[in-house]
Ligand binder design. Structure first.
Ligand SMILES: [Fe+2]
Length: 214
């Protein structure tokens, strides 16, 4: 993949995010708040999307005023900013990608180019799932586990602490599971492993596959 093309692909992969003009907007969910049950409850979606994500959006819009990042694309802010601006921009990007990658009609396995790339890297989809869950379970404290693509096109599983995202390493985020307790405690209490396993049932591989570029 050409280094000149990569930044454009990266922005395209996260392209559902509005530009900063007028402030970042709170993502509208493409499904009802109870649509992901029984894997993610209505109550969790209402808190997670309706309160946690909204707070990150509001904090981002306050923190960005008067900074050199005020007119950057969200992915650029996450890649370049530090401190509170980075934390809140990262969590807006992370949660937008997270909520958009799910569907009540999700599950199954990736097809096409992404399916083949996963097969090539991990040997099987099941081996990839196991490796991904293991990384999510092993992440200490709050953070995210990501499937990401580097500028050579190769796939990686990354553990990112707190609000970080693969764009911090120049990679395209494809699939992210949130392992902050706010993502699962209402439904799974301290059983993070059960939460991670259940999420495969609602992953929309058409959305995730569209973030992948050959
Ligand atoms: Fe979250």
């Amino acid at each position: 993949m050409s280094p000149l093309i990569f930044p454009f692909l990266l922005a395209l992969s996260c392209g559902s995010i509005t530009t900063p003009e007028g402030g970042f907007k709170h993502l509208t969910l493409p499904y009802a708040t109870d649509a992901l049950e029984p894997y993610i409850s209505r109550e969790t979606v209402e808190y997670h999307h309706g309160k946690h994500l909204l707070t990150y959006v509001n904090n981002l819009n306050k923190a960005i005023v008067g900074t050199p990042h005020a007119h950057q694309h969200l992915t650029q802010i996450v890649a370049e900013a530090e401190g509170a601006l980075f934390n809140n921009a990262g969590q807006v990007l992370n949660h937008n990608l997270y909520f958009l990658q799910f569907s009540p009609n999700g599950g199954g396995r990736p097809k096409g180019a992404l399916g083949m790339a996963i097969q090539k890297e991990w040997g099987s989809f099941e081996a990839f799932q196991k490796a991904f869950e293991t990384q999510g379970l092993a992440l200490f404290g709050s953070g995210w586990v990501w499937l990401a693509q580097d500028e050579e096109g190769a796939l990686h599983i990354l553990q990112e602490p707190n609000g970080s995202n693969p764009v911090k390493h120049g990679m395209v985020p494809l699939l992210g599971f949130d392992v902050w307790e706010h993502a699962y405690y209402l439904d799974y209490a301290n059983r993070r492993a059960d939460h991670l396993t259940s999420l495969w049932n609602v992953v929309d591989w058409n959305v995730v596959g569209a973030r992948f570029h050959q």
